[in-house]
Design a protein around this ligand. Structure first.
Ligand code: DGY
Length: 323
């Protein structure tokens, strides 16, 4: 039997590509340049499976490809806000993602951002590299203490819980969260976490607010000027979820006028383009979407896509089936 024809939209770790090639007839994107909407549409006409990433917007137009050959979108990543699931379902295309394997590393990036912005690590590094460091002094680059401070989580899924575990057990942080679908009391207790009834309640109480809600139409600009104004004076915002969950313009204003002490950001509205306002802010730590970027995790993500495809083409339900 012919192997299913599969296209990978961006380069993967070599070992994951090699594993994919063992079972499938694979086309790689050698240049690793994001595909255009037209190229994606064409891929849906020519391949049995398309393996996209967060950099491939797959909306109704792309999914309207005719004649349609693609039967499965095996997303390399946990977030799927770049794929129109409803239209995919209506067109009979299965969509899978890669949860679990990136939980810890993404939570680690949120912790890194929190530590860096609180301790002004980016500013310090820039000073050293620029040759501007004049030596130790009691008033130099004074940051905020993290141990014992309150961490507020908006969304309390897998990644948020991993962050809660690290923050509570490693840094003695009391954790509060808002999530319409909270876990059991036992899980909350084990993470030192208590639920609040609204986003506002978390914003008013937390010293550090970390966003862990999915990107979606409903969550676009969930954190807007009004909500930023409700955060505690001297508080910090951490975003490793999706850029458009925050109104970037409002955030820049809040960082400029001191409503917030600082922000640690791994994701941006319209990335990789950045609102130039961010670049002028000393109190913002800016990462290029590094949440899952470790060798172990990126390999595991690739292998998880391979598992999902293998199950699908064997006539089974892939374990990470979204629709
Ligand atoms: C994810 O897995 O969703 C990461 O943000 C990269 O896509």
């Amino acid at each position: 039997m012919n192997k299913p024809k599969v296209i990978v939209t961006r380069r993967w770790p070599a070992a994951a590509e090699a594993r994919l090639q063992e079972s499938f007839d694979v086309t790689l994107n050698e240049a690793d340049v994001p595909m255009s909407a037209e190229q994606l549409k064409d891929a849906l006409r020519q391949y049995d499976a398309v393996l996209p990433t967060v950099t491939d917007p797959i909306g109704a137009d792309v999914l309207g490809a005719e004649p349609l050959r693609c039967k499965i979108l095996g997303n390399f990543g946990v977030g799927f806000n770049h794929i129109d699931l409803e239209t995919a379902k209506a067109r009979g295309i299965t969509v899978t993602n890669t949860p679990d394997v990136l939980t810890d590393c993404t939570a680690d990036i949120a912790m890194t951002l929190m530590l860096m912005v609180a301790r002004r690590a980016g500013e310090g590094e820039r000073e050293v590299r620029a040759g501007r460091w004049t030596g130790w002094r009691p008033t130099h680059l004074i940051g905020a203490k993290i141990t014992g401070k309150t961490l507020g989580l908006i969304g309390f899924g897998r990644i948020a819980r991993a962050m809660a575990k690290k923050a509570h057990h490693g840094f003695d942080m009391p954790v509060i969260f808002y999530d319409p679908y909270p876990p059991s009391d036992e899980v909350c207790r084990s993470l030192g976490a208590s639920r609040r009834d609204s986003i506002e309640a978390v914003l008013r109480e937390a010293d550090f607010v970390a966003l862990h809600c999915p990107g979606s139409k409903e969550n676009r600009h969930l954190i807007n000027a009004e909500r930023l104004a409700q955060m505690k004076p001297g508080a910090f915002l951490i975003n490793s979820a999706r850029g458009d969950v925050v109104d970037n313009e409002a955030l820049i204003q809040a960082l400029k006028n001191g409503t917030l002490a600082g922000a640690g950001l791994d994701v941006f509205e319209g990335e990789p383009k950045l609102n130039p306002g961010f670049l002028e802010l000393e109190n913002a730590v800016l990462f290029p979407h590094l949440g899952s970027a470790t060798a172990e995790t990126r390999l595991a993500m690739g292998l998880r896509v391979v598992d999902n495809l293998t199950a699908f083409f064997a006539g089974e339900t892939p374990r990470d089936k979204l629709v």
